[in-house]
Design a binder for this molecule. Sequence first.
Ligand SMILES: [Zn+2]
Length: 512
Amino acid sequence: MIVVEVYGYEAGLDQIPKCVSAVYADEPPERSFSASGVRLGFDDSKPPQPLRGLVSLTWCERAVARSRRALFLTVCGSGRRMEGMRLRVAWALLAAAVFGGVLRAGADFARLDVFQGTAGREDVVERLFRVYVSRNVDRSLIDLSRDALFVRTDAPGRPLYHRVAFAVDPLAGAEEDGTVSARAKAEGVPEEAAPGLPRGRPLAGWRIALDPGHLGGAWSRMEHRHFRIGDDPPVAEGDLVLKVAFMVRERLEAMGAEVFLTREDATPVTRLRPEDFLAEAAVRLTVDGEAMPESEAVERLANRMFYVSAENRARAERIRDWGADVVLCLHIDAVPWADPDNLSLVDVDHSHVIVNGAYSSAELADAEQRVLMLERLLRGFDRVEIPLAESLADSLAEASGLPPFRYRGPNARRVSDNPYVWARNLAANRLFPAPTVFLEPYVANSRVTYARLQAGDYEGLRKIAGEERPSIFREYADAVAEGLERFAHRAGPPPFDILFRGAGLNPEKRAR
Ligand SMILES: [Zn+2]
């Protein structure tokens, strides 16, 4: 038996159950994927939210007709006519109805309305195809006319497309506010230093969120960001980058920045846990009319829903509450093992830096991803992300001496002359509500980097793998500080009016 508690479900009490207390398989599942109760994944820190779409009787009836293998759903609560009633619902339908609202924040297309009439067509189109999508993106999802951008909504009862009008004269708005010259609009970050920056405190006025990637301690094993060779201390990416984050914070604060860490220890930010996703994972993996999925597959997906989706959403909330100007995601790369059962270090070592972009049509088929991508585009986040990424890529390359990593395949694209800079659509850089740059220097399972990680933090230089080298942690942290400082000298303090130049946006419209 899987127990599903649904909090705060309130719509239409007479026709719709207020509370679904239990779901039974129509026969005892041979492989029980959860002996104990499975709690639906609402974040306790937020007020209970209504579940969308559950359960119109017609849906249930249709489900009964369609399904060969189904669930019984016991309804209780104060819906008078539903008291004690058992509904037979298909797995797949349950996915849409009961679980549809758990992880998806929903696609709020009205969020794009703040950009109505603000963005210049030429600029938006150029950045859309250079950074975010390829020319052959599915035009039924996103399309352009002479004076507007159209995005498909998928929402029942709404117009099929949401329209975002381009500015009639994109230069007019920016000139009015007097901060941006018409010439500067077409340019990105100026090459020369912004005037009047306080000496010694080049990051004064900056609010920088640092996101130490992944989780640490015991959690890192679940994420497969963890390995151990012989009796050496284990290499857990989440713990290593947390150490780097503390060092980066110290350096940035010394330069005048306010710094926020999305996590300060090994534990998850989300209050949810993998077991909260077992039921949803089972539903997602179950094709209508087929047998229940393997329990290992269910567990793997539930784990991913926990540490990718739920965890990054919780971190995005923290960043939003704090109000960051930029976010830096700190990671250390690794390459796949030739033989996972017999770990052997490799010679390849490299570095790269990631900005948001390179959405596939398959990803954009998800309405939430369409909104998030367009919001980043219309806010001009790439105008900050790309030059900031270039600056950080250069400082990391200079410090580490490592060559650039090259992606093969369609899920990443070059968006800069700088060979270290790539665009990818990742949960964190899609969800984080500020310009976000992912740092992926070093290959943790390369001979040299592994030896440097094992050496831990130290002062001065030590001979490692035949060369005198500083602590890898200090090298990483110093390079991040250096890259940010150089960028700050070019871009000036936030709010970055470069965000609004090309798009012709009024900085007043900047929303956090
Ligand atoms: Zn990582």
